[in-house]
Design a protein around this ligand. Structure first.
Ligand SMILES: Nc1ncnc2c1ncn2[C@@H]1O[C@H](COP(=O)(O)OP(=O)(O)OP(=O)(O)O)[C@@H](O)[C@H]1O
Ligand SMILES: [Mg+2]
Length: 307
């Protein structure tokens, strides 16, 4: 039996322009100890999928329209708040895309780090602090004892991201959802953080859902990959198969991109070609137009980044 089984998840946002189906019928499973990559272009619904599982979709404007997410006999989408509290933040933890907004600037690192322990495990403060210290050391922060007393602004971006990882792992979750945990970091720090997640995963026998734009990251970390496009899963394959024989145009484009010098331009360029083709063929709808818009912006951003 899979550790997590998501069936027909649909999450919409009610906006001024109508109902926007951000996640549109997503089904997948996650096995114990498995690392599942979730890739797809910006706006394809990766974060909203994760938020839906974590009960973090703002309602309104968001609404979980349908679906189940079974974890150890509990449906995460329909359980009571009390049941949810025993699972989320303890047995399932998440690292967010943006560590700057996820840490409270007014609280010392120590207090933020041990909060999940105080809530979920009801242990004494000194015992929680001892675990906090051990966890900060485990994520590679030097002088951890002194650092515990610091505030987030005294940490670098990479250190804040490590703190986020420590916070997520301190309760030894069975599932870690990592939403682009390294996007904000420079390449060397990125590599260190990825190694760290890999190491801790093996130590804790965790399953990981790893959201990323980067197929290079996927090939180094994931057993299986799912590709999201416009709210749907368009391709699921074990990592090796996906790299050998990608089926969806977006995946093909992504795959080509890692052999090229301009990783951020190429996938979007190919995607744009495909979108324009469909647009010309009259297969147009709001999403395809939005896709073209995104890809044009992406190419512009890619050109800026690579000079
Ligand atoms: N609070 C919200 N209100 C309205 N629309 C939203 C809200 N949150 C997300 N959306 C929409 O849902 C869609 C999916 O967003 P999501 O954040 O899941 O994308 P993503 O795949 O994680 O993209 P990225 O790679 O940029 O992080 C987007 O079009 C976004 O505009
Ligand atoms: Mg996202």
């Amino acid at each position: 039996m899979p550790l997590l089984e998501v069936t027909d998840l649909r999450t919409s946002f009610h906006t001024r322009n109508g109902v926007y189906r951000a996640v549109d019928g997503v089904s997948f499973t996650l096995a114990k100890g498995e690392t599942l990559g979730l890739v797809g272009e910006s706006g394809s619904g990766k974060s909203v999928t994760c938020y839906s599982l974590m009960g973090l979709v703002p309602q309104p404007p968001g609404r979980i329209v349908s679906g189940t997410a079974m974890f150890d006999g509990t449906d995460l989408l329909h359980c009571s708040p009390a049941q949810a509290r025993t699972i989320r933040g303890k047995r399932i933890a998440m690292i967010f895309q943006d560590p700057m907004t996820s840490l409270n600037p007014y609280l010392r690192i120590a207090d933020q780090l041990i909060e999940p322990l105080l809530i979920h495990e009801k242990i004494s403060r000194p015992a929680a602090l001892a675990r906090g210290l051990a966890m900060l050391e485990a994520v590679g922060i030097n002088d951890a004892a002194q650092r515990l007393q610091a505030y987030p602004h005294e940490f670098s971006g990479g250190m804040r991201q490590r703190v986020m990882i420590a916070m997520a792992l301190i309760t030894r979750p069975e599932i870690l959802i990592a939403d682009e945990p390294t996007t904000a970091l420079d390449v060397t720090v990125q590599a260190q953080i990825l190694e760290l997640i890999k190491k801790l995963q093996q130590e804790f026998h965790m399953a990981v859902i790893f959201v990323t734009h980067d197929l290079g990251v996927v090939s180094g970390l994931c057993d299986r990959v799912q590709v999201m496009y416009a709210g749907r899963l368009v391709e699921t394959a074990d990592t090796r198969t996906l790299f050998r024989t990608p089926r969806h145009p977006y995946t093909q484009a992504l795959q080509r991109s890692i052999r090229h010098r301009f990783p951020y331009i190429d996938p979007l360029h190919h995607l744009q070609v495909e979108l324009v083709r469909r647009y010309r063929a009259g297969q147009t709808d709001e999403r395809i137009q939005r896709g073209i818009h995104i890809s044009i912006n992406g190419i512009a951003a890619g050109l800026r980044n690579t000079g």
